[in-house]
Design a binder for this molecule. Structure first.
Ligand code: ADP
Ligand code: ZN
Ligand code: ZN
Length: 734
């Protein structure tokens, strides 16, 4: 093969273009996906080779040489490189920025890719000679090592035998034990299989169905009511895969970091293979090591949040997306990909199955199941309880306006608590009170940078904006009329906590919201305390809705569902219904029958009625019919072109210009709406608006849109705003 002359290199930048470099004589073995150090302006930056070319448009006296080759072979494997390239095209995101955001931060710099190989100790075949009789310490170490069934690292050995380094060294020197690289599969399978549970009939049928279609692309939507034991179905399939191949890897995506510890523990107990954890809250060094070990096939189960969808696993046999409806699977900054959708593409590319699990599937997935793109599997019953909880509506219109807990809910709390059960009170609003208002002139404490009220936090006596985090002292007088008559409107989790003090003082109460879990380790600590029944009343925000299994909770109170029902975003109903079912699902997961109270001012709301009387599936069907009628997703596709700036005028001038470019360059069948103000027009000092493209058929449009965006890139109006493209947006830009 003749020598490669030039390379087109992607760098970590918002520019939608690649840069040409000459490959100098010293560099011979180089391939697509290798990282290189290149001169860029006056700096040297890391780039990734995207393709090789015979000739460059840049004059030969101006084109620069690649400075250093950082990798011998592609840092991504071929499939992962193709996956990221596809995602960059689909989401109209610059390839360079996409490639770099898929790398662990440590590898975005010029760090090398060596892994720390972990060594473990084993006995050699050499017979122990008589000398050991006079060395009891050494004999003890050897005897202990002989007994072990799990791999023994140096640190385990040191813990077991403190101050025995000399003895260990002697044993090694005499060839009686040695260090070897940790094997891939070290625990014996017998042990793994013995702790498997007996599946329920439904679980068995679902897992058999999935196992039958292994080794080819198929999307399996596993819709199982809360507590139905979806995880056991995943485990059955994983176990089948791991026992039938010594190399196959499984990727499990979960929406929240908070869900990883529980699942990791269960996986470790069940499977004797290396499990790699990937999310944004582990150290850079660890994340890099895990990533590289996945690439080498040493890690067999990859458990992570959305970013793990791009890891270069080499033998992927199955992908699982748990809680597939969860909005956290969509990245909300920079590269705006949806991990579920990228995972589906990846499964297709690799011709492997993918399981999407949820008690409340997204409307997209339900739609795909109804048009037979996805297989649809059901778990109708709970694994450990005979029944789903009973749901009651508490009509707040008959309560006093300032009532926080309705009479029926308070009574139910007393009953369940007296029976030794735990109670969850759910409210999706942290802080004490969401509005501070002057009773005399109507002044409201607003955030100066956002179109939003400040929330009063009693713990530190401050006003905090939940949208930009700006904080200020709580005024004692109205700044407008100097009245001291300031009142607090509405309630947040802190106020609920306070309201319980009198009536439920004999029970321990704990609050679980972002103010609390921001501190490292707090979420895990409180979750454990709840499991151990240290607290009887748990007050929390949506953190509580995510997949947790609290055996002793038998009552759930949903304090305010009206907020979601009356939102302007067409997706709000879907979200509220999912949240409601998920939170309700924390109740009665074992022997005691569960109850749920939902407080609302609109108990007759038709969709709320459907949801409660007929369940999520009927609700979704009805809501989907409305979406179809209004030509909303999933019946059409949305792409938003968003802009923000400190000057509202600049945003609109830019978006008008964008609109005219779109009208000129896009095919007629794409409907162009806007510019539209974001639901929250001003946030953190920036005015925000967007243009919405409504598209019938995605595929055919990609090129047109790319062309359009290249044009927009060159607009002079683009320089005075920040703009981005959001494909399949999941909110109105709140
Ligand atoms: P889901 O994720 O569907 O809400 P989980 O997987 O958390 O449900 O299961 C709920 C509880 O039921 C867990 O404690 C789990 O260990 C238990 N469980 C699930 N399946 C079985 C089974 N077949 N036998 C015994 N316990 C089970
Ligand atoms: Zn006033
Ligand atoms: Zn703000």
């Amino acid at each position: 093969m003749s020598k490669k002359k030039f390379a087109q290199v992607a760098i970590d930048s918002p520019l939608r273009k690649l840069f040409d470099y000459r490959i100098p004589d010293g560099i011979n073995k180089v391939e697509v996906g290798c990282r290189v150090l290149i001169p860029f302006g006056r700096r040297k930056v890391v780039g990734i080779i995207v393709r090789f070319i015979e000739q460059s448009d840049i004059a030969s006296n101006r084109i620069k040489n690649i400075h250093t080759l950082l990798d011998d072979c592609s840092i991504f494997n071929q499939e992962t490189f193709a996956l990221i390239s596809w995602a960059a095209r689909y989401y109209h995101y610059p390839l360079g920025a996409a490639l770099f955001s898929a790398l662990p931060p440590a590898l975005r710099k010029s760090q090398d890719t060596t892994t720390d190989i972990e060594n473990v100790w084993e006995l050699t075949d050499a017979p122990a000679d008589n000398s050991l009789k006079r060395a009891p310490k050494q004999a003890k170490i050897l005897a202990w090592l002989k007994e072990q069934t799990v791999p023994v690292t140096t640190s385990t050995l040191n813990t077991q035998f403190p101050n025995s380094q000399a003895a260990i060294r002697t044993l090694e020197a005499h060839g009686l034990m040695r260090k070897v690289p940790k094997a891939i599969n070290h625990r014996n399978k017998e042990e793994a299989i013995t702790c498997e549970v007996k599946l329920t009939n439904e679980q068995r049928l679902a897992s058999e169905h999935i196992i039958e279609s292994l080794n080819r692309f198929k999307v399996q939507l596993l819709e199982g009511v809360t507590g139905s034991g979806k995880t056991e179905v995943y485990f059955k399939v994983i176990s089948h895969i791991l026992t039938h191949s010594s190399e196959a890897q499984v990727l499990i995506l979960v929406p929240e970091i908070g869900l990883t510890p529980q699942l990791q523990t269960r996986l470790t107990k069940r499977f004797g293979v290396n499990i790699g954890l990937l999310h944004s809250n582990i150290t850079e060094k660890q994340r890099k090591q895990t990533w590289l070990k996945i690439a080498q096939g040493e890690i067999r189960i990859i458990l992570g949040t959305r970013l793990a969808v791009f890891t270069p696993a080499i033998q992927l046999a199955l992908i699982i997306v748990d809680e597939e409806h969860d909005a956290s699977l969509k990245q909300q900054e920079g590269f705006l990909y949806h991990a579920r959708d990228v995972a589906i593409y990846r499964a297709k590319q690799l011709n492997i199955p993918i399981i999407l699990g949820s008690a409340t599937p997204s409307f997209e997935s339900l739609h795909n199941a109804s048009v037979k793109k996805f297989a649809h599997l059901h778990l109708h019953n709970r694994a450990l309880s005979n029944a789903m909880p009973s749901i009651h509506l508490a009509d707040m219109r008959i309560e006093h306006a300032s009532t926080i807990l309705s009479a029926p809910l308070r009574q139910a709390m007393k009953n369940h608590l007296a029976a030794g059960q735990q109670v969850i009170l759910f409210l999706n609003r942290r802080g004490y009170s969401p509005a501070l208002l002057c009773h005399d002139c109507g002044w409201v404490a607003d955030c100066e940078s956002c179109d939003a009220n400040m929330t009063y936090h009693r713990a530190n006596n401050k006003l905090i904006c939940h949208h930009c985090d700006s904080t200020r002292e709580r005024p004692m007088h109205c700044p407008q009329c100097h009245s001291r008559n300031l009142i607090m409107l509405g309630h947040g989790t802190q106020r609920i906590e306070e309201a319980l003090l009198d009536e439920f003082e004999n029970y321990s109460t704990v609050r679980l919201d972002r103010d609390i879990t921001r501190r490292k380790g707090m979420l895990e600590k409180i979750l454990l305390e709840i499991q151990k029944q240290k607290h009887q009343i748990i007050i929390g925000t949506q953190i509580l809705s995510k997949g947790h299994d609290f055996p002793n909770v038998s009552l759930v109170g949903i304090l305010d569902i009206d907020y979601g029902i009356h939102s302007t975003d067409f997706r709000a109903l879907e979200r509220s219904a999912q949240l409601l079912i998920q939170v309700a699902g924390r109740s009665g997961r074992r022997d005691v029958h569960g109850e749920v109270f939902i407080q609302t001012h609109t108990p007759d709301h038709p969709l709320l009625q459907t949801l409660i009387q007929k369940g999520y599936a009927s609700f979704a069907e009805q809501a989907l019919a409305a979406r179809s009628e209004w030509k909303l997703p999933p019946y059409t596709h949305h792409i938003a072109i968003r802009a923000r700036s400190q000057k509202n005028h600049d945003v609109f001038v830019f978006l008008e210009k964008v609109k005219s470019v779109c009208v000129k360059l896009l095919p007629q069948n794409i409907i162009i709406q806007g510019p539209i103000n974001a639901a929250m027009e001003k946030k953190a000092g920036q005015f925000r608006a967007f243009i919405l493209l409504v598209i019938d058929q995605r595929g055919a449009c990609t090129q047109h849109i790319d062309y359009c965006l290249q044009h927009i890139d060159t607009l002079k109006e683009a320089r005075s705003v920040k703009w981005s493209v959001d494909v399949d947006p999941i909110d109105n830009f709140v």
